[in-house]
Design a protein around this ligand. Structure first.
Ligand code: UDX
Length: 435
């Protein structure tokens, strides 16, 4: 089946390449000529493990193409996925201007090209009611075209996106008619039918927000349990294990850290709050999750300051990790970036490194020196802070590190090191959720 995908970012690109791998004929569309030409030459503008190799494979199989021309992309396409950005608006709501602009352009082209029918799918995370807005807009713009509108939210984690796409826990599909359902059955024919959750559009849109809000709540919960463990002398790793083995809780997403970041959780919890507020519903738990997560970054700064004897002015801090989590170059709402900014304000000297996110961080962090690896960054440092759980930092050569630093102190905000090994190497070790 030929499918057009508008927006070649983290979601559109992964979806397009994976759909192509499944055998569909994919046309990825983006207005950014630079991005399209780099994709045409096989260069992926984002860091996502395995994506470049998969792109080469589907290009070789002639299953995917890239263009800035939506007309050409819509020709003979049974479906068009809208996978453009929905950035956070001033009031916390999702900014739908790119989504609605894409919908209007689809309608105009369908009218002009006399395309009789097409399925418009929102893949981007959009507030409840967006499907209805799109339906009204396209039908007004092109009354003669039979537009089908549906919702197919993604549950892709950056750094694990291909695996999440190919091995989903579930595929959520919000449709309003039988024809749309049939088209989706063909789109996802390679997946077991029991994976498909067919529901109405509004429920599909809300499932995405509810999932991310619940996951954010779970992370905020374990982070606060970590604070409690620190004060009463319990061990949060044991606590996480002890509660996670309860199948009603589950072991995943119970790793305490510096707070959640990324392009989704912080934005989605504000968006669901806005939808609820507009509907007169109070989501008091989500309010608290936002406050808890915001306080967390300040608490991390206090932890680092404490390791330096309270005054960070002029102290050299080796910051290992800038991305909002491991296996991505994405620094959007990254706790590491927020913590670095707070420490800079207090007069600290930041020597930062990250395997993938340095280029993205240069624009965000002025006054910071960047280094190619942990050992370069650690030279002469008064404390080494681990802010992102990259594998490289789990495997740090502590003896080598000890010979480079000015003071043997580590503050591990991701609990990636083994406390016994750190103690044996003669370091003072601060970490999350334990004594
Ligand atoms: C998330 C959802 O997982 C995904 O389903 C959705 O489609 C997009 O948003 P992503 O933002 O890529 O994916 O990151 P995720 O792996 O979910 O982590 C989100 C944040 O929570 C990160 O800052 C991460 O460091 C933090 N986190 C995650 C923890 O602090 N502890 C955990 O145990 C897990």
């Amino acid at each position: 089946m030929k499918i057009a995908i508008i927006g070649s970012g983290y979601v559109g690109l992964v979806s397009g390449i994976c759909f192509a791998k499944l055998g569909h004929e994919i046309v990825c569309v983006d207005k950014d000529e630079k991005k399209i030409s780099s994709l045409k030459s096989g260069v992926i503008p984002i860091f996502e493990p395995g994506l470049a190799e998969l792109l080469a494979e589907v290009v070789q199989a002639r299953k995917i193409s890239f263009t800035t021309d939506l007309r050409q992309a819509l020709q003979n396409s049974a479906a068009v996925f809208i996978a453009v950005g929905t950035p956070q608006g001033e009031d916390g709501s999702a900014d739908l201007s790119y989504v609605l602009a894409a919908a209007e352009e689809i309608a105009e082209i369908c009218a002009e090209q006399k395309i009789p029918q097409i399925l418009i799918v929102t893949k981007s995370t959009v507030p409840v009611g967006t499907g209805a807005k799109i339906k009204r807009l396209v039908r007004e713009t092109a009354p003669a075209v039979d537009f089908l509108v549906a919702s197919n939210p993604e549950f892709l984690r950056e750094g694990a996106a291909i695996d999440d796409f190919m091995h989903p826990d579930r595929i959520v599909i919000g449709v309003a008619d039988e024809k749309s359902r049939q088209i989706f059955a063909e789109i996802y024919q390679k997946f077991p039918t029991e994976k498909l959750i067919i529901t109405d559009i509004a429920s599909a849109e809300l499932i995405k927000y509810a999932a991310n809000s619940f996951l954010a709540t779970k992370i905020a919960f374990i982070n606060e349990m970590a604070d409690l463990c620190e004060e009463i002398g319990a061990d949060v790793k044991q606590l996480a294990r002890g509660i996670g083995l309860d199948s009603r809780i589950g072991e995943k997403f119970l790793n305490p850290g510096p707070g959640f970041g990324g392009s989704c959780f912080p934005k989605d919890i504000l968006a669901i709050l806005k939808v609820a507020k507009d509907s007169g519903v109070k989501l008091s738990l989500i309010d608290q999750v936002i406050a808890s997560n915001k306080n967390r970054q300040l608490r991390m700064v206090q932890k680092i300051s404490a390791a330096l004897g309270r005054d960070v002015r002029g102290k050299k801090i080796a910051l290992l990790g800038l991305a909002f989590k491991a296996n991505t170059d994405d620094i959007r709402y990254s706790p590491a970036i927020a913590i670095a900014k707070e420490l800079l304000k207090k007069g600290a000297i930041i020597r930062a490194t990250d395997p993938e996110a340095i280029e993205n961080s240069r624009r965000e962090l002025s006054g910071v020196e960047f280094f190619s690896d942990a050992y370069e960054a650690a030279k002469g440092s008064d404390v080494v802070v681990i802010a992102t759980e990259w594998q490289q930092y789990r495997e740090l050569d502590l003896a080598r590190l000890g010979g480079l630093v000015a003071a043997k102190k580590i503050v591990d905000l991701r609990n990636v090191l083994d406390a016994k090994k750190v103690d044996a190497a003669g370091f003072e070790y601060g970490f999350i959720g334990g004594k």
